[in-house]
Each structure stands twice: as structure tokens, then as C-alpha cells.
Ligand binder design. Structure first.
Ligand code: CU
Length: 671
């Protein structure tokens, strides 16, 4: 009953506003009233509150699972955005579904249908009001994504793409809800049918990977606006792919939105009636019949899509011709490796001339195959600075060793293998390629998330929103008691400003707590997790996965050594190392600290000497270097921050001539 009175007061208010200011167009007046009803009436704040709970739950579970399964930040942000948009769409649809049939049920539609010319404007105003929860939901999702992104650059594109695509689909879904509501006589029918449509679109979009492969499966995914949007987002945000490659996936969301706008505003709106069914938009009237139809169609589409997908799973086998006798042999000095995203892998290949005559010049090319079933291609350009190398003629029995570097860009299961292709002798000739065995490369996603970091947000956001909802109820109660009802829009803006400010504060807290690397809940337990120890330096840690190391040189200008000859850091940590040259500046002894890929010590030293004094005795492009400080004089310090490399023991050394040989070296152990 209170709902009714508030609606009536809104209408009274509307006619008053219309009478006083004829300048405001009808749609604007309707929009203000509807938005007021939504936000102060309590429905929107409650839905947003539910949204924050769902999102909090989802991000907490994600953050918690990450510790076990290692999911990279990009993927967590994507998953959160996906959920945020889905729930946002649900809210839009529910509100849309209630817009017209709800008014009918409450009997408030009658008085709104004053003249036919205003009907479209009225629908426009209500439609815009029904869209208002989405921006709030989007803003609310930002702090969650910010925490999960952990400083990853994915955050900005996620927010921008999420805003754009989420808005397009919210228009489509809200339009659908209102369109259903248009002819539904009861709210129950309207909700039921809208829900059916929602599930109809959602379920195929959530089907696991298998149903999405194959040409027909892909086509169905592309046709489904939600699935297409998710596919686009995952490619852009997680897989570093470009808009040019996947922009075509956005057609179905756009077409869906435009179609619903046309259906609602052009086709349906002018014929808005008091009774739903009489608009004769559909030949049937019974809500029950419709829901049965919706269910049957859902089932059919589900069955069809899985059937089509499984039909795609029988690729014809292609016979591989047996390798003819080959003149070259190629071997690789690594069989398998497990690394984390971003880590480099170094290996050598040896090409040997097995035949009795000189082998022609040969090109060795690197190939990377993704073993995951998604069938995603690997672009070796991104993975290796050097995709091919060239070998000059090889005498009989001779061999040539090539060094390679692969950067593990994306997590997954890969095979890296090399192909040696001798140059054909002439234009009318071909040659036989020789492939090496593969390196089975398992790339674990890089993560250093503390699931507890998300807790303040999970609890704080619903709390702030709950208070906002409570406030809106208080305001509404006072309004229905007749206290200053004509200040409604003003009060609405207070509520909106309050909620936005609260969210902004939360976002700032969340982002700030992430950016300085410290967890908002810094408990002793967390500090204990960070096992960073050095023999004698004061290693300390600010958070569970951030490690500070310090290293000093000997003060003696003729003793080339580091005071700390062994350092340790946990795997997955971010290490900040401060290097101090403790010698007397007057002695003019320069030192640096260079962390080296295992086995590359001698070559790093050789390259450093070759680089010479002008380059401060370091070839900074040497692939054998993991990280390094500057060459510094006495009393100077330099810091370097880097991600801990894969577990193992690494040598650090000084590349100033003779210092390494004089004993200026030590080991960093990652475990
Ligand atoms: Cu030195």
C-alpha cells in the first residue's frame, strides 16, 4: 500500500511540475519521477546492495582460489567484470520488467496515459530511469577489479570496455524487460518471461569451452550477445589481442541493443495501453504458455549447441609422411620446464651436419604450440626477441650451437620446438626440414594476491550500501507522511551523491592499500609468511610477497667482494634490492650488482668487458642479465626492483674488470 501512495504522490508531483514548468519535456519529468521512485523507493538500492554482495562473494572466491590454482590478475579482473555485467544486466531486466506491468498492477498507468503523443516520451523516460542502476553497478565494480588487478595495467581497459559493452547490453536487456512488461498484464508474467529470456541467453554463454569450439559452436557463441561480449572481453583483456581481430564479435550485442530500442520505442511505445495483452504484439496471451515456450526453446538451444559442438569433435586424421633420410641433426638441451608468466627460458640448440658433404646455409626457426584445447594460437613474435637464426655452411661432422630465449607471456601448456631448414640449392629445388624434440613448457600464471586484501571491500561495500538503502527508506517514509514531497529530486540527488561518495572512498582505500604493496590487514601471520632472510643484512618485508634486500661492498678498495655472499627470497615475491658501495669515494672504485641467468656468468663478464668503460662495463642488452644496478662510486647507493625469477640459485656479480675474478660474486636463492 505504501508503494501505491508513493507512486500517487509522484504522479501528483509530476502534474504539479508539468503545470508549473512547461519547459521540461515529458520524458524528463517522467525520468525524474521514475528515478526518484527507483532510488528513494528502495528497489534500486536493494538491487545494488545485492549486486555488491554477489560481486564480493565472487571476488573473494576468486581471490581465495587463486592461492591454490594460480590465476593471473588479468583473468581475475575479467571474471569479475563478467559477473558485474551479468548481474548488472539482470538488474536492468528486472527493473525494466516491472516498469509498465508494475504500473498496471498498481493502477497508476491510467493517469499517466494522458495523450497518445506523450506515450513514447513516457516510455523513454521510464526506460532511461531503468538504466540508472547500471552506472552505479559499474562504479561499484571498479574497487573489486582494482584490488584483484594488483597494479596490472588491465584495470583501465577493463573499466573502459566494461562501461561501453555493459552499457550496450544493459540497453538491450532493459529494453527486453520493458518490452515484455509492455504486454504482460501481471508483474508475475513479466518477471517470469524476462527471467526465461535471461537464462536463455546466459546459459549457453556459460557453457564450458568444449561447446564453444568448432565452426558452428563459434557461430552460436557469436550470435549470443552475452557470449560474444564475454569472448571479446576475454580476448582483449586476458589474451592481449586486438580490437581489429575480435571487433566483429561486437555485432550481436550492438544489433540486439538497436533491435530492442526500435521494438520498444518505435514499434511498441506509441500503442501503450492500460491493459497489457491488448497491444496485440503477440498472438498468445497466456503467460503460462509463454513460459513453457521459453523453457522448451531454452532446452532445444542447449541441446542443439552441445550437439553441434560434439559433432565438431572428430577431426579427420592426416597421414604424416615418413621422414626421409635427413642430412642434419638438431638437438635441444631442455626437455621440459615449469615457469611463471613473465619468466624467461634460455636454452641451446645444436645443429650437426650428419652427411659426408658440406651442408648448405640453414635457417633455424622457433615454433610454439599451445597444447590447451582452446586452440589459441601463439604468436612467437611476442614470445621471443629472436624467432629465427641463421647458420652458415657446416662442414661434414661439424655442429653449430645457437642460444635462444623464450619469454613466457601467457600461462598455459606449450611445446616449443625448433626446425632447421637448409636453404634449397636452386630455384628448382626444395629441401627437407628437420625438427628438434620439443620443450614441454608449463607456464604458471603469475600471482601474488593475498585473498585477505579483498575482505575490507567484501564487507565494507555492502555496509555502505546498506546504510544508503536505509537512508533512502527513511527519506521515503518521511515523504509518504507528506513532509516536503516536492523536494523529491533534490533528496534523490543527495542519496545518489552519498552513495557515489561512499563508493569513491572505498575505491580509494582499496587502490591505496594495493599500490603501496601492503595488505590492509597486516597481521603478524602475514609478515611471517614472508620468509626473506640474508646472512647478515637487515632483510625486512613490508608485506607477505614484497621483499627488501640490502647488499654492501667491502669498505676495502682493494678487496673486491660483497659483504653478503648469499641472499634468499621466496618464489613469486617482488624483490627490492638496495646496493651500497661502501668504499671511500677518494679511492674511486666503481662496483655494480648484476643478477645473471645460470650458466651465463662468463659470457656476461665477456660482454661487459666488450661494452667497455663508456658503457660502465655492462652490456645492458645482454640476454644473460636478469637485472642489474648502475655502476656506482664509493658512498653511493642504487636500488632495483624486480620479480623473483623461477625457483633456483642465481649468481650475482660485479662486471667491473677483474672484480668477478677477484671474488666479487654471490648467490641469490629463490625458493
Ligand atoms: Cu666491483
Amino acid at each position: 500500500m505504501t508503494e501505491n501512495t508513493s507512486q500517487l504522490s509522484s504522479i501528483r508531483q509530476q502534474s504539479r511540475v508539468e503545470a508549473s514548468s512547461s519547459a521540461s519535456p515529458t520524458w524528463w519529468v517522467v525520468f525524474l519521477n521514475e528515478a526518484h521512485g527507483l532510488w528513494v523507493g528502495g528497489k534500486a538500492p536493494i538491487l545494488i546492495l545485492l549486486f555488491s554482495i554477489v560481486l564480493g562473494f565472487q571476488s573473494f572466491v576468486t581471490a581465495y582460489n587463486v592461492e591454490l590454482s594460480l590465476m593471473p590478475p588479468k583473468e581475475m579482473v575479467y571474471e569479475t567484470l563478467k559477473t558485474a555485467i551479468s548481474v548488472g544486466l539482470f538488474i536492468g531486466m528486472i527493473i525494466g520488467a516491472d516498469m509498465l506491468s508494475g504500473d498496471r498492477e498498481r493502477g497508476t498507468l491510467e493517469s499517466l496515459l494522458l495523450t497518445p503523443t506523450r506515450r513514447r516520451q513516457m516510455v523513454v523516460g521510464k526506460f532511461l530511469a531503468a538504466l540508472t542502476p547500471w552506472p552505479a553497478a559499474l562504479v561499484l565494480s571498479i574497487p573489486y577489479m582494482a584490488v584483484l588487478a594488483q597494479g596490472d595495467e588491465v584495470l583501465a581497459p577493463a573499466v573502459l570496455w566494461g562501461a561501453l559493452l555493459g552499457t550496450i547490453l544493459t540497453i538491450a536487456y532493459t529494453g527486453t524487460g520493458m518490452f515484455v512488461s509492455f504486454w504482460a498484464n501481471s508483474n508475475r508474467t513479466s518477471y517470469l518471461v524476462s527471467l526465461g529470456i535471461f537464462v536463455l541467453i546466459l546459459v549457453p554463454a556459460q557453457l564450458p569451452g568444449r561447446a564453444q569450439t568448432g565452426a558452428a559452436g563459434q557461430f552460436l557463441q557469436q550470435l549470443n550477445p552475452l557470449a560474444a561480449q564475454n569472448h571479446f572481453l576475454s580476448k582483449i583483456l586476458v589474451n592481449n589481442r586486438t580490437f581489429e581481430e575480435f571487433g566483429s564479435w561486437l555485432w550481436s550485442p550492438i544489433v540486439f541493443a538497436v533491435l530492442m530500442l526500435i521494438l520498444l520505442l518505435v514499434y511498441a511505445a506509441p500503442g501503450l495501453r492500460i491493459e497489457g495483452g491488448k497491444a496485440r504484439l503477440f498472438p498468445w496471451k497466456s503467460g503460462r504458455l509463454t513460459s513453457v515456450l521459453v523453457l522448451v526453446t531454452t532446452g532445444l538451444i542447449l541441446v542443439l549447441s552441445t550437439f553441434v559442438a560434439s559433432a565438431q569433435e572428430n577431426p579427420s586424421q592426416i597421414e604424416q609422411p615418413a621422414n626421409p633420410e635427413t642430412p642434419l641433426g638438431i638437438s635441444i638441451d631442455m626437455a621440459y620446464q615449469t615457469v611463471k608468466t613473465g619468466d624467461p627460458i634460455f636454452f641451446d640448440t645444436v645443429v650437426t651436419n650428419l652427411q659426408g658433404e658440406t651442408a648448405p646455409p640453414t635457417i633455424v626457426a622457433m615454433n610454439i604450440i599451445n597444447l590447451d584445447q582452446e586452440g589459441d594460437v601463439v604468436d612467437p613474435e611476442d614470445w621471443s626477441p629472436e624467432r629465427t637464426q641463421y647458420i652458415d655452411q657446416l662442414s661434414p661432422g661439424d655442429s653449430s650451437t645457437l642460444s635462444w630465449r623464450v619469454n613466457a607471456i601467457l600461462d598455459g601448456d606449450y611445446i616449443v620446438y625448433m626446425v632447421a631448414m637448409p636453404e634449397p640449392a636452386s630455384r628448382d629445388d626444395t629441401s627437407q626440414a628437420v625438427a628438434s624434440s620439443g620443450i614441454h613448457l608449463t607456464v604458471m600464471p603469475f600471482t601474488r594476491l593475498n585473498p585477505r586484501g579483498i575482505v575490507p571491500l567484501v564487507i565494507g561495500a555492502p555496509l555502505v550500501l546498506g546504510l544508503g538503502t536505509l537512508a533512502s527508506f527513511v527519506i521515503r517514509r518521511r515523504e509518504t507522511q507528506g513532509v516536503g514531497s516536492n523536494t523529491g529530486p533534490l533528496r534523490l540527488s543527495f542519496v545518489v551523491i552519498g552513495v557515489v561518495l561512499g563508493l569513491a572512498a572505498l575505491a580509494i582505500v582499496a587502490v591505496a592499500s594495493q599500490s603501496d604493496g601492503t595488505s590492509p590487514v597486516s597481521e603478524p601471520a602475514l609478515a611471517a609468511e614472508a620468509t626473506s632472510a640474508t646472512e647478515s643484512s637487515q632483510a625486512s618485508s613490508t608485506a607477505s610477497e614484497s621483499v627488501l634486500l640490502e647488499i654492501d661492498t667491502s669498505t676495502d678498495a682493494t678487496d673486491f667482494s660483497y659483504v653478503q655472499e648469499a641472499l634468499e627470497a621466496p618464489a613469486g615475491s617482488t624483490i627490492t634490492l638496495t646496493f651500497n658501495n661502501r668504499t671511500d669515494p677518494d679511492d674511486e672504485v666503481g662496483h655494480n650488482w648484476v643478477l645473471v641467468v645460470p650458466g651465463q656468468e662468463e659470457s656476461v663478464i665477456a660482454n661487459a668487458i666488450a661494452a667497455g668503460d663508456n658503457k660502465d662495463w655492462l652490456d645492458v642488452n645482454d640476454p644473460g642479465i636478469i637485472t642489474h644496478t648502475r655502476l656506482i662510486e664509493g658512498d653511493e647507493s642504487d636500488s632495483v626492483t624486480f620479480d623473483a625469477p623461477a625457483p633456483g640459485t642465481y649468481t650475482y656479480l660485479c662486471t667491473f674488470p677483474e672484480h668477478y675474478e677477484g671474488g666479487m660474486r654471490g648467490t641469490l636463492t629463490i625458493k
